[in-house]
Design a protein. Sequence first.
Length: 128
Amino acid sequence: MNNPPEERGDAQMPKTVPYSSIDLLSVINRNSAARDVLAGCAIAAPTLAPAWQAIAAALTDAGDLAAEVTRLSADLVAARLDRANAIAAMRATLAAGHDGEADPLSYLRDELQALQDAAPRRAGGSHG
């Protein structure tokens, strides 16, 4: 099969990393450095304690946001894989129907079952 990809119907995935180019490790490291600076400022100017507490709360929020971005990025990777597998099963079903296989829908049934089996593992549970 020497046809170009657009004629074969191959999936085109130009951007394989679905999240931004933000370096979360650097963000977390800068956050930690800022906490150190803040601790020094709090010692040097204790009369500004309310301001230091507000800044500390904002730094805590930034760390929590970085953790949430990490979790959501992993979820997005999993969803993209599920989508790619579902598309592959659809294409296999169409090809099997075209080839006259006895049960072309078996590809879709198998993929749907795999998705259903994976859902509790991804959610951290054991129910199905």
